[in-house]
Design a protein. Structure first.
Length: 321
């Protein structure tokens, strides 16, 4: 889950040389950042370095990564008029640098571990486009869903179609697995998820090539897991707010799960990390189809040696040699 980041000194050194968007748009540099956690931590899969909002830059909504503020959308989509002005995204011409990064990483990995590509799910990306940036309550997004359904449908359709091509391009470039990040969908009531989100997530997942498994992930989704399974995916991601065994029961048999250690555990001493990782594995019960992972991204304050300890602990406890 978001392996690269400021907890790694190698990444911080790269950020001294590149702005965030510049780094993401420079394939050689983005490939180097993607490979850093693989070399440092010994993980079993590489996660592509990119950002879920790269796909909105071609929309002309004024994406900026402001220092100290995170992503800012200067021209948010607030009504039907805004939505109607959105043109289909030409993914191949506007995001080709991501596909080039995938090719470089796959070549460098040389089959040592698989590469996981990813994209933001339509709802999570749309929430930034509507709110104008990050949000705690998503009030403007929800108001649009309820009061401007045509605008919402138009925005979600444009994003869904672009996401299909974006993930397909990553698969064609060599990604072995892709993950659909619906990071903020846990803010919704189940009824709203089914009405305003599920059809678009399903549209994306159903249209992807069957050659690569799809991980479908969200946070705060304990009440949405059955609906997320309906939306699709070969693997359902679980965050730390639900016990792994309970989450697996909620999504049902015949599907894999990913998760779900609280990233904050990596701030604790290795003995605590070991106990909590062992509990996740105990709940998985050795069943096939469990991908051990954090329940969300690595915190900036995480000691690198703690992240490495977690990888070693999981390998030891699962008898991987």
């Amino acid at each position: 889950m978001r392996q690269a980041g400021r907890y790694l000194p190698e990444y911080r050194a790269m950020r001294q040389r590149y702005g965030f968007l510049e780094l993401a748009k420079t394939p050689e540099a983005a490939a180097e950042v993607t490979l850093q956690p693989v070399e440092r931590l010994g993980v079993d899969g590489a996660i592509l370095f990119a950002d879920i909002l790269l796909i909105v830059e071609p929309l002309g909504v004024g994406l900026e990564f402001a220092k100290g503020e995170g992503p800012v959308i200067h021209r948010p989509v607030r009504d039907a008029g805004d939505a109607e002005r959105l043109a289909p995204i030409d993914v191949d011409s506007s995001l080709g640098y991501v596909f080039e990064t995938v090719k470089l990483v796959v070549r460098a990995l040389d089959d040592r571990v698989p590469l996981i590509g990813f994209a933001g799910a339509p709802f999570t990306v749309a929430s930034y486009v509507v709110e104008g940036g990050p949000s705690r309550d998503f009030k403007t997004t929800k108001r649009q869903m309820y009061e401007e359904p045509a605008a919402w449908s138009r925005l979600m359709s444009v994003l869904a179609d672009a996401t299909v091509r974006y993930l397909t391009g990553q698969i064609e470039a060599g990604a072995s697995i892709v993950q659909l990040f619906d990071s903020w969908v846990g803010a919704l009531a189940p009824e709203d998820y089914r009405a305003f989100v599920l059809p678009y997530s399903r549209r994306v997942i159903d249209a992807l090539p069957h050659s690569a498994p799809v991980i479908h992930f969200g946070t705060g989704t304990a009440g949405l897991l059955r609906a997320m399974r309906e939306a699709g995916g070969d693997v359902i991601g679980l965050d730390w707010r639900i016990d792994l065994d309970d989450g697996w029961r909620a999504v049902g048999d015949g599907i894999a799960v990913q998760g779900n250690l609280d990233p904050a555990v990596l701030l604790a001493k290795p003995s605590v990390i070991r106990d909590r990782a062992a509990d996740v594995l105990r709940r998985a019960g050795g069943r096939p189809g469990h991908i051990f992972n954090l329940g969300h991204g690595v915190y900036q304050e995480t000691p690198v040696e703690h992240a490495k300890a977690l990888v070693d602990i999981v390998h030891e406890l699962t008898d991987r040699r």
